[in-house]
Design a protein around this ligand. Structure first.
Ligand SMILES: *Cc1c(COP(=O)(O)O)cnc(C)c1O
Length: 455
């Protein structure tokens, strides 16, 4: 076997032509999503006033294993994919570990993260349906940026409700979106009923993701020719993100590498779900075994300390309910939390896989995440997003364990993006003013006690 290159790329003819829908291979499927009014499983017809028709179908498709990636989307993917699978030789050297570490780097596009993989698909289906535009929310700004790029490519209007504190803290994110032609509105705004109500109830509030979602949904349903799109959590998003895992799997096979441990950070679960999908598929079909670890912040621990129950996907309770590991839809991480991955719930697919014991979860504190990020940046060159650095932290921990045991494990992790717009958080870390916070059981119970009674 030839020496494994620093970066493993794929040829154009090795690129995926179909997304992989892991639900098709799950014997026990994720629980159906429920209509917020009737609490009955939603139908495609229930979803189409909010979502594009083709995306609504993908959302509810539990049975089709492979779904063709339309040529127009594959053409866009060609501009920035394949993303490299990098052998972290320098990190291995730094850690003096016998483990082989690989990372799949999704930050090589202007939006700086994996979110573009789904943004372009969602914009494509909106365009194909003849819509004028789409609305969405963005927290840290990666999703809004990715969607702005995708919409400008297909000539769609893009309206982004950006959580007010990020809007103010990340003016450059906002300008990137405006450069791609998006309208960016700080949320809560005075444009929507939900926004006006929240502003009246909580004057001076700096907003939340859940509130921005409610505003974006209202904006979509009250304008002719608009639909709402979402960058994480949904099963359709995991489907599009399977391109990450499919490329990874092909790249590993090319060099005869069998992954032992696969690690991903988990906010809403889309990059993790996409990365692991083909590997979990092999596990579900009894073809191979992998250790899979989802990594989340100790200050927003939905998998490790949440409940597996039906909950609202948004604070405003206008979106369908999903059965998922959740901290409660009113949960907001403590004010010192800087590392992203702040969503209260988790993809219903990832939740079900976790419940079935196919994946493990670990929570990590933010100072240790930034320490890992710094180590990584200094040896591998890339300045990682704080979200991605959760996966780096656990990859390093696992590699150090191999040093103890002498195991030559193959560790693969998802490096979801770059952190250039997160320099306030890096500044806090560099100044030594970053702190950790782990919520108490009593605090979590306060939010969990408000879960809707569905089961
Ligand atoms: C949005 C984002 C995440 C978390 O979202 P998932 O849906 O859990 O993948 C992770 N990393 C980066 C860089 C992101 O932008």
């Amino acid at each position: 076997m030839s020496k494994i290159p620093y970066k493993i790329y794929l040829e154009e003819n090795e690129m995926p032509k179909e997304w992989y829908n892991v639900r098709a291979d799950m014997k026990k499927k994720p629980a159906p999503i429920l209509h917020p009014g009737t609490l009955k499983p939603v139908t495609v017809e229930d979803l189409t006033p909010i979502f594009c028709e083709e995306l609504a179908k993908q959302e509810l498709d539990d049975t089709t294993p492979y779904i063709e990636i339309p040529e127009e989307i594959r053409n866009f993917y060609r501009m920035y994919r394949p993303s490299p699978l990098v052998r972290a030789y320098c990190l291995e050297e730094k850690l003096q570990t016998p483990a082989h570490i690989y990372y799949k780097f999704e930050g090589n596009n202007t939006s700086g993260s994996h979110k573009l993989n789904s943004a372009i698909a969602q914009a494509y289906y909106a365009k194909k349906q003849g819509l004028k535009g789409v609305t969405t929310e963005t927290g840290a700004g990666q999703w809004g940026t990715a969607l702005s790029m995708a919409c400008s490519y297909f000539g769609l209007d893009c309206q982004v409700y950006m959580v007010k504190c990020s809007y103010e803290q990340k003016p450059f994110r906002r300008e990137v979106m405006r450069t791609y032609g998006a309208q960016v509105t700080p949320s809560p705004s005075m444009n929507t009923n939900v926004g006006r109500k929240i502003n009246a109830e909580f004057p001076g509030t700096t907003g939340s993701l859940g509130c921005a979602i409610s505003e974006a949904v209202e904006a979509a349903t009250t304008q002719e020719g608009y639909r709402y799109v979402l960058g994480s959590v949904l099963s359709q998003v995991l489907l599009h993100q399977s391109v990450i895992g499919l490329e990874t799997s092909t790249a590993l096979k090319k060099y005869g590498i069998k992954a032992d441990t696969i690690i991903g950070c988990a906010g809403g679960g889309s990059n993790l779900g996409g990365l692991i999908s083909p590997f979990v598929g092999e596990m579900l079909r009894g073809e191979a075994n992998y250790e899979i670890i989802a990594v989340e912040p100790a200050s927003c621990p939905s998998l490790t300390r949440g409940k597996y129950a039906y909950d609202f996907c948004d604070t405003g309770k206008v979106c369908p309910l999903a059965k998922m590991y959740t901290l409660g839809s009113s949960f907001i991480p403590s004010a010192n939390h800087a590392g992203g991955l702040r969503y209260h719930g988790m993809s219903s697919i990832v939740s079900e896989l976790y419940d079935q014991g196919l994946i493990k979860a670990r929570s990590v504190e933010q100072t240790s995440v930034f320490e890992a990020a710094t180590t990584f940046a200094r040896v591998e060159g890339i300045l990682p997003a704080p979200e991605s650095s959760h996966a780096i932290k656990v990859a390093i921990d696992e590699a150090l364990k191999c040093k103890e045991t002498g195991e030559e494990k193959n560790i693969v992790f998802g490096l979801t993006g770059t952190g250039y717009f997160d320099m306030y958080a890096y500044k806090n870390y560099n100044d030594g003013t970053m702190s950790d916070y782990i919520p108490t059981d009593a605090e979590l119970e306060k939010y969990l006690s408000t879960l809707p009674k569905v089961d």
